[in-house]
Design a protein around this ligand. Structure first.
Ligand code: SAH
Length: 346
């Protein structure tokens, strides 16, 4: 069986090349081609033909192809739908900010967390992405768009902590100085709160930003909209956040999508303040993105204002997320879903 060369760390690639009976320096030659986006051994023109054939027998490579590309007329946000090696598709979004270009990548095909407001989870989990596939979301977004990527957020389709080992390997690959060389402090990992993995992540001391999709400060509301809360609970989420902060010195952020009549009352706001204080979290408020298949609506301006007033009064740090790419279905999961529906003819 051919191996996935692009998912290998530099030292692993070196060992593989040595085991093929080749000199060590060949590994860095191959690595250079891979990091520039070469996705066949044939095009590695400065390598001897016999070596390229050997590589081709031992490893596979695949170039993700663009199934669709939408560019927002409002803010230039680009949304890609990539076709993977096995025909599955995932979404990647490129957003431009003053501080640089951020790519939002998917970590799984589909998702099994079942959040009631989210489009990504509607068809369940199909499979986890390989490290190489996540790496190529970043690299080919950069090559296709011509925009130098400086920041990464794992906020596309999927739950990164449900694909822990592959995600950690991806982080190491993308951080490699000889590769894309993106600093850990420029990477944000978002989770629905799989708390059993927080300590594992903290132990790696990666200096990335951990964002927790809280969306409700009490178990009754949170378990209703986020099945991942059942059996864990908000107390446990907050305790795990606190431990993460204490171990890494990295402040957590809470994502909070404001949903009309669900999580946007004054008592939700007051309890959210307590939760944020208990673990030193920053709060990101986002107006809910309406998803066609879901019954939820974004909170009204009035409710959002009243909510923010309570956060202000309690001295809680928060930001209101700007909505980018609203004309290109940039809320993840929506584009893949649309393609599936079209394919199914409904
Ligand atoms: N599984 C991870 C990361 C993917 S989702 C997580 O749950 O954090 C990225 C963010 O978008 C999450 O905070 C998620 O809750 C949020 N989200 C999903 N659907 C949304 C919608 N319709 N409107 C606003 N935010 C949404």
């Amino acid at each position: 069986m051919k191996k996935d060369i692009l998912s290998m760390l530099p030292e692993e690639l070196e060992a593989e090349i040595l085991s093929l009976g080749e000199a060590k320096y060949r590994a860095s030659q191959v690595g250079k081609w891979l990091s520039r986006g070469a996705r066949s051994f044939e095009e590695m023109s400065d390598l001897p033909k016999s070596f390229r054939e050997k590589l081709d027998e031992a490893f596979y490579l695949h170039k993700p192809s663009v199934l669709s590309k939408q560019v927002s007329a409002i803010d230039g946000t680009i949304k890609y739908l990539w076709e993977l090696r096995d025909g599955n598709a995932v979404e990647t979004v490129v957003m431009s900010y003053q501080y640089g270009n951020t790519v939002c990548i998917s970590s799984q095909v589909g998702c099994r967390q079942g959040c009631a407001f989210c489009a990504s989870t509607i068809g369940g989990l199909v499979r986890c992405l390989e490290p190489s596939e996540m790496l190529d979301e970043v690299l080919f977004s950069e090559l296709d768009s011509g925009k130098r990527i400086s920041h990464i957020v794992l906020m596309g389709i999927g739950e990164p902590l449900d694909n822990f080992d592959n995600v950690v390997r991806f982080l190491k690959l993308v951080n490699d100085p000889k590769g894309l060389n993106i600093g850990m402090r420029h990477i944000t990992l978002s989770t629905c709160g799989l708390t059993e993995r927080f300590d594992d992540l903290a132990a790696l001391d990666l200096q990335l930003t951990l964002t927790v999709s809280l969306h409700a400060p009490d178990d009754e509301t949170r378990s209703k909209i986020m099945p991942a809360n059942r059996g864990r609970g908000v107390d446990e989420v907050v305790a795990a956040c606190k431990r993460y902060y204490q171990k890494t010195g990295r402040r957590i952020s809470f994502e909070y999508a404001m949903i009309d009549g669900v999580n946007d009352t004054a008592s939700h706001a007051s309890l959210l303040c307590k939760r944020a204080r208990d673990c030193g979290a920053h709060v990101n408020l986002i107006p809910l993105n309406h998803v066609e298949e879901r019954r939820f609506r974004p909170s009204t301006q009035g409710h959002m204002k009243a909510f923010m007033k309570i956060l202000d009064e309690n001295g809680v740090n928060y930001t209101v997320r700007r909505t980018l790419g609203s004309d290109v279905d940039a809320s993840c999961g929506q584009l893949r879903r649309k393609m599936e529906k079209n394919a199914a003819g409904n």
